[in-house]
Ligand binder design. Structure first.
Ligand code: FAD
Length: 395
């Protein structure tokens, strides 16, 4: 068995496979997306409780890491700095999956004996089964109007940057209203850039600060009305976080709708004061065209402000799963993958795709198992399912 990717989902899956005595090879740079595709200075939106990577014995949770480092327990009111989460992921990897091989897979083909994987080291080998845990980056979505500007270096996706300080002194139009847009704008502002947020929504939404460090400390009537969950409070989020297996049985259109709408764009509670009144926010605006004007960009907007000029456009416009964008799979393999009308892979309850032996996890599984797959807290469900299926299938 080969696991491609050494982020939270790859590491967790490998740890669970090892516990079931499945020989596993793990490829990828550990926690690389968190280091190179998220901004320095970022904080996690998920709480410490919801930020644990699953290992079979539950001895390598975020709180275990902190205890191991001699740091006090922290609860829901603590925003986890990205640098701390990266150290946690590395700590998890060193203890649970020390054998990770820091190589990138450049191509996967299907042939006699299984999958043929080519690495950037020049090595080629065959594996009977593969778990693709390659994360979000292949699915980054930039609005088509901005496409030509990307080639000219005048627009980029938020996942293209770890260092937003390089925009100091520049006018940056940030497109989006979610956590990534609002936090990027705050970081840009704090680094001496001049961000302007362009948001489709009529108003910005922020979470409410938790009253307690543990959801279970709330009064019983509150807990009954709005139970706590890894995805946030409320029965709906409780169901999405506790019953991802049931999500798979909803009709296609329902699943697609819920994936698009549950947890709509919102900033974390601690972001409100770093955004409000600090820089312009154009709510109720959409971009309908973008052109190069001298060395900068002219955006034409639908909304009260019709034209906005900027030195750079940052599209914090999220991700859309589409198997066509998994270009590390050869064309034949991609063609063999059954998919939804939206282009997401159809997965069995074991996370196996329609190609026997090819498993997809993490964001790629969001259309099958729901919103929990977008977050680290989904690693427990995914890793257990995959490892059980592989171990009992005798691969
Ligand atoms: C700005 C931002 C903030 C976020 N905040 C949170 C949060 O607060 N809480 C939360 O739970 N989630 C958060 N997320 C979502 C988070 O990214 C995912 O939950 C998590 O990273 C998914 O883990 P993963 O292992 O699937 O993917 P990743 O963490 O992306 O890991 C994928 C790994 O695969 C490797 N890889 C890719 N291609 C190859 C290849 N060809 N060969 C070898 N290796 C490869 C990459 O280098 C990477 O190490 C955030 C995402 C973004 C973009």
């Amino acid at each position: 068995m080969t696991v491609v990717g050494a982020g939270p989902y790859g590491l967790s899956t490998a740890a669970h496979l090892k516990a079931r005595n499945v020989p596993v090879r793990v490829l990828g740079e550990p926690m690389d997306s968190w280091r190179s595709r998220m901004p320095d200075g970022m904080f996690l939106k998920s709480t410490p409780f919801a930020s644990s990577i699953s290992d079979p014995a539950a001895r390598h949770r975020f709180e275990d890491f902190r205890a191991d480092q001699g740091q006090a327990w922290v609860g829901d009111r603590y925003a986890v700095p990205v640098a701390e989460f990266i150290r946690y992921g590395e700590w998890f990897q060193e203890r649970c999956v020390p054998e990770v091989q820091r190589a990138a897979v450049v191509a996967i083909e299907y042939g006699p004996g299984g999958f043929r994987l080519s690495l950037d080291t020049g090595e080629v080998f065959t594996s009977r089964a593969v778990v693709l845990a390659t994360g979000l980056s292949s699915y980054a979505r930039v609005p088509s109007e901005l496409g030509p500007l990307v080639g000219a270096g005048l627009a980029s996706h938020s996942s293209d940057h770890a260092d937003l300080a390089k925009f100091a002194g520049q006018r940056v139009a940030v497109i989006g209203a979610g956590q990534s847009a609002l936090e990027s704008a705050a970081l840009l502002h704090e680094a001496g850039a001049e961000p302007v947020v362009v948001a489709r929504t009529r108003r910005l939404v922020f979470g409410s600060p938790p009253e307690y460090d543990q959801s279970s400390d709330r009064a019983l009537p509150h807990r009954l009305a709005e139970p706590g969950s890894a995805l946030g409070p409320g029965w709906q989020l409780f169901a999405y976080s506790r019953a991802p297996a049931a999500f798979r049985h909803l009709p296609d259109t329902q699943r697609a709708y819920r994936v698009r709408t549950v947890l709509g764009p919102a900033g974390a509670w601690w972001l409100r004061e770093r955004v409000g009144g600090r820089f312009p926010v154009l709510t109720g605006h959409t971009v309908w065209s973008a052109e190069q004007a001298g060395g900068c960009v002219r955006l034409r907007l639908r909304g009260p402000t019709e034209v906005l000029e900027a030195d750079h456009v940052l599209a914090a416009t999220g991700y859309r799963v589409d198997v066509e964008r998994l270009d590390l799979l050869d064309k034949g393999l991609r063609r063999a993958l059954r998919r939804t009308s939206e282009g997401a892979p159809r997965l069995f309850e074991s996370f196996e795709s329609s190609v026997p032996g090819l498993y997809l996890t993490g964001l790629a599984a969001v259309d099958t198992f729901g919103p929990v797959m977008r977050f680290v807290c989904g690693t427990a469900f995914a890793a257990r399912r995959i490892s059980r299926a592989v171990a009992t299938g005798g691969l």
